[in-house]
Design a binder for this molecule. Structure first.
Ligand code: HOZ
Length: 420
């Protein structure tokens, strides 16, 4: 029973056959691959094939699939109880660990997903400032809360829509949208609406229109502009948190946001999200303050155990320089092959994050990303898949190198590309 069999069966009972639209292969066509198991950098499929996985569950699996110590931590926690809906020592230790790793986070509240983290962060910003408006960036994705689906990235782009149906016009009207990397546009919005603006939310490295790094001075400018008008700065680090070092990207780049959202890696492959920030802001959350947030499974002991073990291993083993070297090796290889074969292609890369963009010119915002050759990307994706390489099934996503990948895995990627 292969992927096609399971997809046909799933489509009868799951909308589109998938539990998240990005899995539907809409951008690349064909039948989505059904995964059976994973270990390290490799996955086994229901088609009986083995693939080198550069998607890594969209980011959480920085240590690779089923790392022994993480699985042991999960098994031990599960044997002691799957959920209590009450406090555990482990969640206090985990919060201490996160606060210890991220200087801008004095306090942290755990939730169950990145979407929930952003929803809470925005409510917190509104509760703290007493203002309603939010500024976001075109092509940044912050989960699927109503007002964050305006001009969103990720799966909305592959579906050919930039905003979701079902979002009330009043929710959408509270959001201003600026082009990514365009500080002037933000300053202009704030000049006219600064006293109504609760927060600017940004992926400090954009990862949902492909990989787009912040232009020099962009994040610093956002920090200064928000501080000037009393709006909060929210860094959505669901992708970048603990991805480029054992901390947030904000720590690495020396910019202090008021609120940070986390997810993915901090759950080590289990569902989790977190909101962290400075004490004065975080103390507005219930039960200390008037901003309500709750969750039966928030701080779930199994998820916390997976996350805790993952962060400890990252701290103890420091795989970051190695992942960055592999990332550079991959990007150099892609660019070399592109030059040799005269392909309109270049690879954006930082650390273990990368996106092959099918155009020669750099990609600095969503318009640039949309100008890439989508058909060339789809051909590339299926060619790589046929050669045992699994990457993000859309050019509006990032791919991930984990601590489990080796030089040989990177070289296989490049060899596959050479025969494109
Ligand atoms: N942020 C991920 C995609 N960019 C989430 C994956 C999903 O939407 O399922």
């Amino acid at each position: 029973m292969g992927s096609k069999y399971w997809f046909d069966r799933a489509k009868q009972v799951i909308p589109g056959g998938v539990n998240s639209p990005v899995r539907a292969f809409n951008a690349v066509g064909g039948t989505p691959v059904y995964f059976k198991s994973g270990k390290g950098a490799k996955v086994q499929t229901e088609d009986g094939t083995e693939l080198i996985d550069f998607c890594g569950s969209w980011g959480p699996l920085i240590l690779g699939h089923a790392r022994d110590e993480v699985v042991e931590a999960v098994s031990e926690a599960a044997a002691n109880g799957l959920s209590f809906g009450a406090n555990t020592a482990k969640e206090a230790e985990f919060a201490e660990l996160i606060c210890g790793c991220v200087p801008s986070i004095d306090m942290v509240r755990l939730v169950s997903s990145g979407t929930e983290a952003v929803m809470t962060a925005v409510r917190l910003a509104r509760g703290f400032t007493g203002r309603q408006k939010i500024i976001k960036f075109n092509g940044c994705y912050h989960g699927h809360t109503d007002y964050m689906l305006v001009a969103s990235g990720s799966g909305l782009l592959t579906g050919g829509i930039s905003s979701s149906a079902g979002v009330s016009p009043s929710a959408a009207a509270e959001v201003f949208v600026a082009p990514y990397n365009d500080l002037n546009a933000v300053q202009e919005i704030l000049r006219a609406n600064g006293d109504e603006t609760a927060a600017v939310i940004v992926e400090p490295i954009a990862g949902n229109m492909g990989l787009v790094e912040p232009a020099e001075g962009f994040l610093e400018g956002l920090r200064a502009a928000t501080a000037e008008c009393g709006a909060l700065l929210i860094f959505d680090e669901v992708i970048t948190g603990f991805r480029l070092g054992p901390t947030t990207f904000s720590t690495l780049c020396g910019i202090t946001p008021d609120i940070t959202t986390l997810g993915k890696i901090i759950g080590g492959g289990m569902p989790i999200g977190a909101i962290g920030g400075r004490r004065e802001v975080m103390e507005k959350l219930a039960p200390l303050g008037p901003v309500y947030q709750a969750g039966t499974l928030s701080g779930n002991p199994v998820a916390v155990s997976a996350g805790m073990k993952t962060l400890q291993l990252l701290r103890d083993e420091n795989p970051y320089p190695c992942m960055a070297e592999l990332g550079k090796r991959l990007a150099n290889g892609v660019d070399r092959v592109a030059a040799e074969k005269e392909l309109a292609l270049h690879c954006a890369q930082t650390g273990g994050l990368f996106t092959p963009f099918f155009r020669k010119e750099p990609v600095c915002n969503l318009d640039d990303s949309k100008a890439c050759d989508a058909e060339a990307h789809a051909r590339f994706f299926h060619h790589m898949l046929d050669h045992g390489i699994y990457t993000a099934p859309s050019s509006f996503e990032v791919s991930f190198i984990s601590a489990a990948h080796t030089e040989a895995d990177i070289d296989e990627y490049i060899q596959a590309l050479e025969t494109l």
